[in-house]
Design a binder for this molecule. Structure first.
Ligand SMILES: [Zn+2]
Length: 314
């Protein structure tokens, strides 16, 4: 005759009915809950982080799904079905972990260990965006950004993944997506967000500095220089240039990346738009280390702007 325990063990992945309660009982404090239709994702400090990396999970990146019980740490990669978490945290064998889950009352089981990682599917809404945090101090310091500049450009941070979140808004302010940027990671969300129809950063300054990368615009703002906007890449569209032209802009400084794509785009913009009456100057990379303002020192950026030149003068 099959006992209850054997019956349970036949299922490889028992999940407690109350995942949040089980986490609490395991001493894994839920720091945040992201609700979705029919399920939730719980954010906590990764309980395996110290053992796996030698460091504690300072910025919570450990997520647990309320329905399938699957967990994943986006920082150290610790992941698996809920029963594995229980076994690891309690330091017991799998069978004991199954019993622990069963003792918590009603349980569900799923027949596979291969539970999908609980990656929240982003919905492009202000409510979802509001779940991100302001960038932490260490991230700002690393890129020489300020709290004020980050706030002005609406820059946020994903604690789950330690990535920048760079909101993409239509010229009227409507949110249409964002870019995720982290170490070795770059993603547009949604994939095909129409970022070529808008610019990153406020238009309104008399002198506009056009850069490729959103964080470069924020970097320039952090130096106290107003008017930096990003085109989200070297390709600057007609629509983006029209936005600049319709703004109070009286002078445009092109500070695209100092590489083949950036310089080519810069020259094409000059040829196309100078005849249309838009005063255009080139940011001066002379003496700068990096290929974009973000890679340069404060002095190099300020000098590059101050020495912006009209190409025919060279
Ligand atoms: Zn971890």
């Amino acid at each position: 005759m099959t006992s209850g325990w054997d019956f349970l063990a036949a299922y490889s992945n028992p999940v407690p009915a109350d995942v949040a309660g089980a986490l609490d009982a395991l001493g894994v404090e839920v720091r945040r809950e992201v609700s979705r239709s029919g399920s939730a994702e719980y954010l906590a400090r990764c309980p395996a982080h110290l053992v796996r990396t030698g460091r504690t999970d300072r910025h919570p990146s450990f997520w647990v799904n309320s329905v399938n019980g699957a967990f994943v740490c986006f920082s150290c990669g610790y992941s698996g079905p809920f029963v594995v978490l229980v076994a690891d945290v309690l330091g017991v064998e799998r069978e004991e972990a199954v019993r622990w889950i069963a003792r918590r009352g009603v349980y569900r089981t799923t027949a596979t260990d291969e539970a999908p990682p609980p990656v929240p599917e982003p919905a492009v809404t202000e409510a979802y965006l509001a779940l991100f945090d302001p960038p932490p101090e260490h991230a700002l310091a690393e890129r020489r950004l300020t709290v004020e500049a980050a706030a002005e450009y609406g820059v946020l941070w994903d604690l789950r993944t330690d990535r920048w979140i760079l909101p993409i808004r239509e010229p009227d302010g409507r949110l249409i997506g964002w870019q995720e940027k982290g170490e070795g990671h770059f993603r547009n969300c949604p994939d095909r967000v129409r970022k070529s129809l808008t610019l990153f950063g406020p238009l309104g300054a008399e002198t506009i500095l056009l850069v490729e990368s959103p964080l470069d615009a924020v970097r320039i703002a952090a130096l106290g220089v107003p008017g930096a906007v990003a085109a989200f890449g070297a390709h600057v569209s007609e629509a983006q240039m029209q936005l600049i032209r319709r703004s109070p802009c009286r002078r445009l400084i092109l500070a695209l990346d100092n590489d083949t794509a950036g310089n080519g785009a810069r020259d094409r913009l000059y040829e196309a738009w100078r005849p249309r009456g838009l005063p255009i100057a080139y940011y001066d990379y002379a003496g700068a280390d990096g290929k974009d303002p973000g890679d340069s020192t404060d002095e190099q950026i300020l000098r590059g702007i101050a020495r912006a030149y009209r190409p025919w003068r060279r």
